[in-house]
Design a binder for this molecule. Structure first.
Ligand code: SAM
Length: 297
């Protein structure tokens, strides 16, 4: 307990989502370093925990780190919390954690709510890998630039978005990644108006515009990755040929023949064959090619 920094996850909406261990830690530490002391006071009051708060946010994190390290070195224990969810995940805290670890002091995570993982767990995505991206830039040009760099990845892409930019971001996602990708829009998770809707990017904008309420609140967007053949630069015809041959013969032979038949590059076909085999090995395989459910709420 002494000289330890606890990184404590707090709820992302429903206060009942706090863990027993988090409550224990918040009750017993000497100081709670909070992103916004008013928000954390609300949480602490709900659980009848007396406040011993210190503000640690993006504007004072460097200065506050030095003070907190002194406290830790004098034997005190500190809990770090953000406004919602897990600190240091698209939230302040990483700098403080790095400094405390550099100082040779103990950092202990107290796991709990996180918006991205909550959305992922309820989306029904069977694709094996995802990439957590967090917030895209606020400007459309910046967003499009960063999306262009993600375009060829076959991983499901996970973004955070605010109500101010949800329409513009969906528009840019559609333009850069293509309207055929599947998106799960997870809104207001664990709250009264929780919505989890899956559709293609092409129709997501109309779905959001059809009801102003759908544009309100906090969002996680889960966008299917590039089709494997897209990612390695192999055309549809060559992929089909390769798939037929893979079912009938060993991988190397199938790649060689597919290259001769289609004229596609052997290296790319080999990469694609490995990935196709890996997907085929999954018990639940990505039936629709991108591992997401068809359109539904
Ligand atoms: N540290 C948090 C976590 O562990 O998820 C994320 C904090 S980040 C500053 C806030 C963003 O997370 C919001 O803009 C939204 O994209 C997402 N978010 C937070 N709570 C959410 C919720 N209840 N439903 C959907 N998205 C949420």
């Amino acid at each position: 307990m002494k000289s330890t920094l606890y990184v404590v996850a707090t709820p992302i909406g429903n206060l009942q989502d706090i863990t027993l261990r988090a409550l224990d830690i918040l009750r017993t530490v000497d100081v709670i370093a909070a992103e916004d002391t008013r928000n954390t006071t609300h949480l602490l009051n709900h659980f009848a925990i007396g406040a011993k708060l210190m503000a640690v946010h993006e504007h004072n994190e460097h200065h506050a780190a030095a003070r907190l390290i002194e406290m830790l070195q004098s034997g005190k224990s500190v809990a770090l919390v953000s406004d919602a969810g897990t600190p240091a995940v698209s939230d302040p805290g990483a700098h403080l954690v790095a400094r405390v670890r550099e100082a040779g002091l103990r950092v202990v995570p107290i796991p709990g709510a996180n918006a991205a993982i909550s959305a992922f767990s309820a989306a029904g995505i069977t694709a094996p890998h995802f990439l957590f991206y967090g917030f895209l830039p606020h400007s459309s040009s910046g967003r499009k630039r960063e999306l262009a760099a993600l375009k060829d990845l076959s991983h499901t892409l996970v973004f955070y978005e605010s109500p101010h930019r949800i329409l513009a971001s969906i528009e840019d996602l559609c333009e850069v990644l293509g309207g055929g990708r599947t998106v799960t829009i997870a809104r207001e998770l664990t709250k009264l108006f929780e919505t989890i809707h899956t559709c293609t990017l092409e129709i997501a904008l109309d779905w959001l515009k059809a009801d102003q309420n759908r544009q309100k609140g906090e969002f996680v967007l889960l966008v299917s990755g590039a089709e494997i053949s897209e990612a390695v630069g192999v055309g549809e015809e060559a992929q089909r040929t390769l798939q037929i041959l893979l079912a009938a013969m060993p991988l190397k032979q199938a790649v060689k023949l597919a290259a001769e038949i289609s004229g596609a590059k052997k290296n790319a076909l080999y990469e694609l064959a490995l990935q196709l085999n890996a997907v085929g090995d999954k018990p639940d395989g990505a039936e629709n090619g991108n591992g997401q459910l068809p359109c539904r709420t």
